[in-house]
Design a protein around this ligand. Sequence first.
Ligand SMILES: Cc1cc2nc3c(=O)[nH]c(=O)nc-3n(C[C@H](O)[C@H](O)[C@H](O)COP(=O)(O)O)c2cc1C
Length: 188
Amino acid sequence: MNGTKDVAVIVGSLRKESFNRKLANALPAVSPASLKLAIVEIGELALYNQDSDAPGKVPPAWQAFRARIKAADAMLFVTPEYNRSVPGVLKNAIDVGSRPYGQSAWEGKPGAVVSLSPGAIGGFGANHHLRQMMVFLNVPMMAQPEAYIGGAATLFDEQGNLATASAREFAGKFMQAFADWIERVGKK
Ligand SMILES: Cc1cc2nc3c(=O)[nH]c(=O)nc-3n(C[C@H](O)[C@H](O)[C@H](O)COP(=O)(O)O)c2cc1C
């Protein structure tokens, strides 16, 4: 154990009542004390345009996002599925973080993904499209346990906590495995 790990949590939904944001907010309660989870907002990132990646033109929000990801020890993606892939807002954040060429903010940091949907297959398509992108970006993504969570509408109580003991147990095991993964593959 090498002390506290700063985990940038990236939520793939901008919706106010987002189930995925609720889950991101509920995860610290079931995570080991070694993980400090902090949501990094992506809604204000301008759509990626390579013309803006020129000296003096880079949007301040892109600069701040890249610096925040570079400072993190690991990333946790919590995302819905849109049309069997990741929402465009999340793809945009990944593209912004990946550039300029050769200076990707994601490079080498451990990652994990949870997909959450009201539907039955738990965002499997989004989960694996995200894995495909992050593998290309040289991000070691935790392989197991996988987290494709369906039935989002019944997952939380009125306070936004995970409603059942089995959900809390699953989430806790996932986060402990992620802490172990960060220790194994993250920068020492
Ligand atoms: C454009 C769009 C596409 C969607 N496509 C899918 C899909 O492919 N699979 C799925 O399970 N749900 C799909 N949904 C439903 C979302 O899972 C649902 O809106 C969910 O609540 C979004 O997550 P959030 O609550 O965190 O915002 C889609 C929703 C939208 C708006």
